[in-house]
Design a protein around this ligand. Structure first.
Ligand code: SF4
Ligand code: SF4
Length: 186
């Protein structure tokens, strides 16, 4: 049976294409992106399924999905796509759209994690893991989840008590300022 797309459906596809600058409609479901995704096993929708749902105009299903927040932006999918679709870029735009439309799923705490990560990078010019994790835990009011991993991280030197400020912190702040300005003018 042939699927018929209505105007509303096309509007979502067009918006994602315009804002990500990549031709999502060129996806022909080869699944090369999904088979190379390191987070695929944890996702409710694989990247190729996200592309198909966008084709079908399933805006709410896509924007409410915790898959878009689990994406680690590693770009393996983008590199593997034979159609040159920047899938990682699409995931970025979907997260922005989910926040704008207040459709983020509180179960995943994805938005909270991203905010904690970005404010750490903005302040120090790079991520300060201990500060970022403390801010994240405070925002979630959850101090126990994953606490057992702390000693291992500490032993491997992945956590330091004091932030190591980047020499380019002013430049990083300027990048944030420009990104916010661009976002306002969209
Ligand atoms: S960018 Fe995201 S969707 Fe793509 S392979 Fe990496 S984790 Fe998976
Ligand atoms: S690799 Fe590209 S064409 Fe293939 S399913 Fe993924 S997005 Fe679609």
């Amino acid at each position: 049976m042939t699927e018929t797309l209505e105007w509303k459906d096309i509007a979502f596809l067009r918006e994602v294409e315009r804002r990500s600058g990549t031709p999502v409609s060129a996806c022909f479901q080869c699944h090369k992106c999904s088979t190379g995704c390191p987070i695929g096993a944890e996702m409710e929708f694989l990247s190729s399924q996200i592309m198909r749902l966008i084709h079908l105009g399933e805006e709410e299903k896509v924007l409410k999905s915790h898959s878009i927040w689990l994406c680690a932006s590693c770009e393996a999918c983008t590199t593997r796509c034979p159609m040159g679709i920047d899938i990682a870029g699409v995931m970025d735009i979907l997260r922005i759209m989910a926040v704008e439309r207040k459709l983020t799923d509180p179960r995943t705490r994805g938005e909270t994690f991203h905010r904690s990560f970005l404010s750490s990078v903005r302040r120090h010019g790079r991520v300060f893991e201990l500060g970022m994790l403390t801010a994240y835990k405070l925002r979630c009011a959850d101090f126990l989840t994953d606490l057992d991993k702390a000693p291992k991280l500490w032993a491997k030197g992945k956590l330091s008590l004091l932030p190591k400020r980047s020499a380019d912190v002013a430049e990083v702040k300027e990048i944030f300022r420009k990104a916010e300005e661009e976002e306002k003018n969209r």
